[in-house]
Write a protein that binds this ligand. Sequence first.
Ligand SMILES: [Zn+2]
Ligand SMILES: [Zn+2]
Length: 77
Amino acid sequence: MSACEVCGNDYAMPIVVEAQGTRHVFDCFECAIHRMAPICEHCDCKIIGHGVESDGRFFCCAHCAASEGARGLVDHV
Ligand SMILES: [Zn+2]
Ligand SMILES: [Zn+2]
């Protein structure tokens, strides 16, 4: 029951992440990020830090959000 849901590796000390009522199991952070991280709508990078969100769209930073027309966002640092 502890196999990574991304790569299938059965690791003895899995990373368990609960998000929106669903439980996810990973063997490493790389797999967790691959599965869980939202993707910036402007530059397509994985959002691993706080990021910013506007009307259900995710951006890695306020600069990207502004580039896509989302106004009034500031970085949460
Ligand atoms: Zn994995
Ligand atoms: Zn970005």
